[in-house]
Design a protein around this ligand. Structure first.
Ligand code: PLP
Length: 440
C-alpha cells in the first residue's frame, strides 16, 4: 500500500499542527508511524491522498448512520448553502428538527441544540446542579462524556495505576491541567454493579445532583449493561432524589430510533445527543421533560453558543432522521443487523484461527478485543484483561488490506446503511488474513 503523499503531508503537518493533525486520537499515537490523510468518502468507502480505498467501519467516530455523502444529505446541503450558512437567529429548521426528535422520544418534551457532545454534557451537568441545588455528580469508571474538566476522570485504561477497592474507586484525572477543585465534586462508581451504586447513593445521595452514564459503554470497546441494571439505576435515582442523566452522545439515534432509552425502556431526566444526530455536521442536543428543560429558560442555567443550532447541520440532522425512519425505521433495522452479523462472524473467525479475540456489540456498535476473558463486563475487566497492543496490530493489518477499523484501541467500530453484504464478506476475509498473520 502506497503512502508517500500521506507521509509528505505528515511531515508538513508536524511543522504546523500538534501531532500533524487536530486530535491525539487521529495522529501517530493510534496510527503509527503516521496516519493516512483521507481525501474523500462516499457511502461506506474512504479514499486517502495516495488513492488507497478503504471500507470504513470507523465512520467518523459514529457520526454517519447514512455513510459518507448520502445523496439526500448532499442535495439538501447544496440547496440550503446557497441561502447562507449561519444567522445566529431562530430558524425554521430548528423547530422542524426539534419536532421530529420530540415525536420520536417519549421521554423528551423539549430540545436545546448545541454543537458537540462535550458542550451538551457540560450543560447537562450544570442543569442538574441548577435544578437540585446539589454539588456533586456521580459518574462511572470507563465512561467518557467528552473533555470537560468535571467529567474527565477515570476514562482511560492506559492511565490506570491503581483502581482502588470496587466499593470506593479511585478518581484518576485523565489530563494534566485539571484543578483539584474541578474534580472534588465528581464521584466515581463501578458500573454494571447495582450494589456499588446503592452504597454510593446511601452515603452521598443528599449531595449528588445527578448520576450520569452511557447507556452502553462505548469508549472501552462495547460493553452492554447487565439485564435490568439500567432500570435499577433509574429506580435508585428516583428513590434517592437524584436526577438520572443518560448520555446518549453515542447511542442516540444509533442503537435504536429512540437510542438506549428505547432499547432498555428508560425515562431519563436529562439526555444528551451528538455524533449520529448531525450526520457528519457538528450538531448536539440537550433534551428532557418540560420540568427539567425549563431550567435553562432565560439563562437561569446558562447555555449559550454562537454556533448553537447550526443551520446546515440541522438540515442534515432532519434529513438523516427522515431517511432512517423510512419503511418503519428500516435504517436502524439495517445497521443493527449488520452490527450483529459482523459480531457473529468476527467471533467465528477468531475461533477458526485460534486467536483470543472477542467481539461484543450493541446493535450497530461492535468492537474486537484480545482477552483471556469470555466476556468484558466493565472497566476493571478492560484494564486488567485486554491486550490493547494486539488490537493495534490487528487494526493496522486490516487497514493495510483496505478495511478501515479504528486505530483507537479503546473506541469501537460501527455500521452504516451504505455497508453491503460484499463489504461484510470482504471484511471478514481480511480479518481471517490478519488473524492468521498474527498467529505466525
Ligand atoms: N459523550 C460520549 C458518550 C462520547 O463518547 C463522547 C465522545 O466520544 C462525548 C460525550 C463527547 O462528544 P464530542 O466529541 O462531540 O465532544
Amino acid at each position: 500500500m502506497k503512502s508517500d503523499t500521506s507521509k509528505q503531508l505528515f511531515d508538513r503537518g508536524m511543522k504546523v499542527l500538534v501531532e500533524g493533525c487536530s486530535s491525539a486520537s487521529r495522529g501517530p499515537m493510534n496510527y503509527a508511524p503516521y496516519p493516512a490523510y483521507i481525501r474523500e468518502g462516499k457511502g461506506a468507502r474512504l479514499w486517502d491522498v495516495d488513492d488507497n480505498e478503504y471500507i470504513d467501519w470507523q465512520l467518523s467516530f459514529g457520526c454517519l448512520p447514512l455513510g459518507h455523502a448520502h445523496p439526500a444529505i448532499v442535495d439538501i446541503v447544496q440547496e440550503k448553502v446557497m441561502g447562507g450558512t449561519h444567522f445566529a437567529t431562530a430558524l425554521e429548521v430548528e423547530v422542524e428538527a426539534a419536532e421530529l426528535i420530540v415525536e420520536m422520544l417519549p421521554h423528551v418534551d423539549k430540545v436545546r441544540f448545541a454543537n458537540t457532545g462535550t458542550e451538551a454534557c457540560m450543560t447537562g451537568v450544570r442543569m442538574a446542579r441548577g435544578i437540585t441545588g446539589k454539588r456533586k455528580v456521580l459518574k462511572f469508571e470507563g465512561h467518557y462524556h467528552g473533555w470537560y474538566d468535571g467529567l474527565l476522570v477515570s476514562t482511560n485504561p492506559q492511565a490506570v495505576t491503581t483502581l482502588g477497592h470496587p466499593n470506593d474507586p479511585v478518581r484518576i484525572p485523565d489530563s494534566s491541567g485539571l484543578t483539584p477543585g474541578s474534580l472534588e465534586d465528581t464521584l466515581v462508581c463501578v458500573w454494571n454493579d447495582a450494589d456499588a451504586l446503592e452504597r454510593m447513593l446511601k452515603t452521598h445521595g443528599h449531595e449528588i445532583a445527578c448520576v450520569v452514564m452511557e447507556g452502553a459503554m462505548s469508549n472501552m470497546g462495547v460493553i452492554p449493561p447487565k439485564p435490568g441494571y439500567l432500570k435499577q439505576v433509574q429506580e435508585m435515582c428516583r428513590a434517592y432524589d437524584v436526577l438520572f442523566y443518560l448520555d446518549e452522545t453515542v447511542t442516540g439515534f444509533r442503537v435504536a430510533p429512540g437510542g438506549a432509552a428505547e432499547l432498555y425502556d428508560l425515562q431519563p431526566d436529562i439526555v444528551t445527543f451528538g455524533k449520529a444526530l448531525g450526520q457528519g455536521f457538528p450538531v448536539a442536543a440537550i433534551a428532557g421533560p418540560d420540568h427539567i428543560m425549563e431550567s435553562i429558560e432565560y439563562g437561569k442555567v446558562l447555555h449559550y453558543g454562537s454556533h448553537n443550532a447550526p443551520r446546515l447541520g440541522l438540515y442534515a440532522a432532519k434529513t438523516m432522521l427522515e431517511e432512517m425512519r423510512r419503511d418503519n425505521n428500516a435504517g436502524w433495522t439495517k445497521i443493527n443487523a449488520i452490527g450483529e452479523e459482523m459480531t457473529t462472524r468476527l467471533n467465528q473467525v477468531a475461533r477458526d484461527t485460534g486467536q483470543n479475540m472477542r467481539v461484543q456489540n450493541v446493535g450497530s456498535m461492535f468492537h474486537p478485543v484480545f482477552t483471556d476473558l469470555d466476556e468484558i463486563t466493565g472497566y476493571r475487566d478492560f484494564c486488567g484483561h485486554v491486550n490493547l497492543a494486539k488490537y493495534g496490530e490487528f487494526s493496522k493489518l486490516m487497514r493495510e488490506q483496505g478495511v478501515f477499523f479504528t486505530g483507537n484501541k479503546i473506541l469501537h467500530n460501527l455500521s452504516c446503511t451504505a455497508h453491503t453484504q460484499a463489504d461484510i464478506d470482504r471484511t471478514i476475509e481480511a480479518a481471517g488474513n490478519a488473524l492468521e498473520q498474527m498467529s505466525r
